[in-house]
Design a protein around this ligand. Structure first.
Ligand code: GTR
Length: 408
């Protein structure tokens, strides 16, 4: 296992379990005054806001709470997925002052429901990648990946449907669930200078926040909250049953969004890894330093002070998971994705359970990693599947099942 996976990580990365040094995790229930949280009231009123603030300050930066006037335009609706779904395309204008600040939503809603629960998740390269459907408008904001874009940075026509393997739309729809997606680059293009052309610059006066006070991840999280504003006023959507999904960097984003905005009734982290579900103190796979060197725009400046010293952080990522409580949470890993540290993601889920227990909810119910391709747990769920860093049909099967059980 170690041998197989070490071929897929950069040199110098630790993927040897025997080299994980002993560490002590901060206890999410340990309050500043020395007492332990024993009830939901103290959690909700004292400890939860305190832990949330620690993540703002040390990891992701702040998310502005000022409400701007948002408007929506229906761009298109049509029949899709062999007549099983309605496709809708909506443009959300994020501010009345700047029409270039918008999010283009693509929705598939099952005709079997008048008000459907939905998965919501960002895509990496534009809405047109999610299905090979010529009616989908090509996302207009520039892409990050030079192989996929035209000279002006926008997505080329050849990107249509290239991510359809990652979005199991047919099975989602057949199970009576809708899918809502948007390109994360509508908020901020994922490059180190992306903030200069994204909403962190465009809306800084209106939102009364300087670009360096937040981060790309917080900006993307803010965008998801604006998508939720839309969903709440769409009568075909059951906004009380929205499952927020994200893969990898967008899994980190989904967790931080779910921690921030409790309107999201479920959070699904697919291989979110370091800075997402994985425990930083294990120093296994990707490290805080790796993140900050390669993606300096993802986190707030102070995160860099932990580059060689994860144990100095007042939090670890199990505390981020604990902020999702008591809502259903799914953490998923992949065997060949040792960079994301599957075991560190599992242990993080294990260590979030004490907060779920305050609400009378059961977490994973085990501290032993399950066999491969086996989903375990209760209100917190986990699997490690075979295969590489990706979103697969197996992953979606588990998420669909989890939604249908938890949203009954
Ligand atoms: C990697 C990064 C990971 C993960 C991944 C992804 O390069 O190191 O933290 O976010 O990208 O988003 O696919």
């Amino acid at each position: 296992n170690t041998h197989k996976s070490s071929a897929q990580v950069p040199a110098g990365t630790n993927v040897d379990e025997s080299k994980v040094k002993p560490y002590t995790l901060p206890d999410p229930l340990q309050m500043q005054d020395g007492k332990k949280v024993t009830n939901v009231n103290d959690w909700n009123n004292i400890q939860r806001p305190y832990i949330y603030h620690l993540f703002e300050e040390n990891v992701y930066g702040r998310i502005p709470r000022i409400k701007l006037t948002q408007t929506f335009r229906v761009r298109e609706t049509g029949d899709a997925i062999g007549g099983l779904a309605t496709r809708k395309q909506i443009r959300i204008y994020l501010s009345t002052a700047d029409t270039s600040a918008f999010i283009d939503l693509l929705l598939y809603l099952p005709k079997s429901k008048t008000k459907a629960p939905v998965f919501v998740g960002y895509n990496f390269n534009g809405n047109q990648t999610v299905q090979a459907d010529p009616a989908i408008f090509i996302s207009e904001n520039p892409l990050r990946d030079s192989r996929l874009k035209n000279a002006d940075g926008t997505a080329s026509d050849s990107t249509r449907g290239i991510a359809s393997n990652s979005w199991d739309v047919k099975n989602i729809i057949k199970n009576g669930i809708g899918l809502v997606t948007a390109y994360y680059g509508d908020i901020e293009v994922d490059t180190k200078d992306g903030w200069q052309t994204g909403i962190r610059t465009k809306l800084k006066d209106e939102l009364k926040i300087q670009p360096a006070e937040w981060s790309a991840i917080s900006a993307w999280a803010w965008g998801l909250m604006r998508i939720m504003d839309y969903l709440e006023q769409d009568s075909n959507i059951d906004a009380k049953h929205v499952a927020l999904f994200g893969h990898s960097r967008l899994g980190k984003t989904a967790l931080w969004t779910g921690a921030t905005d409790q309107r999201f009734a479920m959070v699904i982290s697919n291989e979110s890894g370091e800075g997402g579900a994985a425990l930083a103190r294990r120093n296994y796979g990707e490290t805080i330093k790796d993140l900050n060197e390669r993606f300096p725009h993802w986190f707030v400046g102070k995160y860099r002070t932990y580059n060689n010293n994860a144990s100095a952080m007042p939090v670890d990522q199990h505390m981020l998971l604990s902020l999702i409580a008591p809502r259903p949470l799914y953490v998923a890993s992949a065997e060949d994705d040792q960079w994301s540290d599957p075991k560190g993601e599992f242990l993080s889920a294990v260590n979030a359970a004490s907060v779920y227990a305050l609400f009378g909810k059961k977490g994973l119910g085990t501290d032993k990693m399950p066999p491969l391709n086996t989903s375990v747990g209760n209100t917190i769920r986990y699997h490690e599947r075979t295969g590489k860093h990706a979103v697969t049909e197996f992953d979606w099967q588990q998420y669909i099942k989890f939604v249908n059980e938890q949203f009954k």
